[in-house]
Design a protein around this ligand. Sequence first.
Ligand code: F6R
Length: 247
Amino acid sequence: MRIYSGKNYKEMSRKAANIISAQIILKPDSVIGLATGSTPIGTYEQLIEWCKKGDLDFSQVTTINLDEYKGLSGDNDQSYRYFMNTHLFDKINIDKAKTFVPNGLEADSAKACREYNDIINGSGGIDLQLLGLGHNGHIGFNEPGEAFEKETHCVDLTKSTIDANKRFFEKEEDVPRQAYTMGIKSIMQAKRILVVVSGADKADIVAKAFTGPVTPEVPASVLQLHNDVTLVGDEAALSRLLEITGR
Ligand code: F6R
């Protein structure tokens, strides 16, 4: 695993954006797996800036997002489709028809998951998957559990995830209780993985995920088994990991 440390959020965001940018420059029709959440926002802002300057071209890129709340439409400002449109897609020269997010409005979970698996499998493979890391070790919405779930599935969100995400909603009751998420197998099949982490509150889980045992109790720990992972973080988020590994 490669580890890049940025002094602060802005610097770590620029480093992460550099990796995504290099991927797109070297392979203009890349398939990029994307994440929502607070952490990648700075990365997206940097990519937008480079695209506006004409240094980065998304016209041939396909994107496949990790997850979506079940029950929310893309017009709902809490949906992940809305997040991606407003934080990235509306501001770059991407063909929206080539941007994929699970269909939160599909009530039939089996159908929603099957259709999303078909999109992932039909894409020719994810070249670079961007991931954030939940405080409980989740990636996408693969929550701690007894087994690594393989493909797209419908999850019951844990109390800790609902608590972490309620800041985006008016009231806790408004946070959806279920979501569709890409599974661990699909994430692990990405050719390259880029994990972004920021803030002292992530320091313990970063250390646990990358130096602790590989266990479904810490879903991100499975990334230790992938042969091309780059972790980009600010100093605060990487502090425990670097202490343990002595780097
Ligand atoms: C969202 C996602 C989640 C987040 C994680 C960290 O698409 O995949 O796994 O990456 O919850 O979220 P932030 O960045 O808000 O701390």
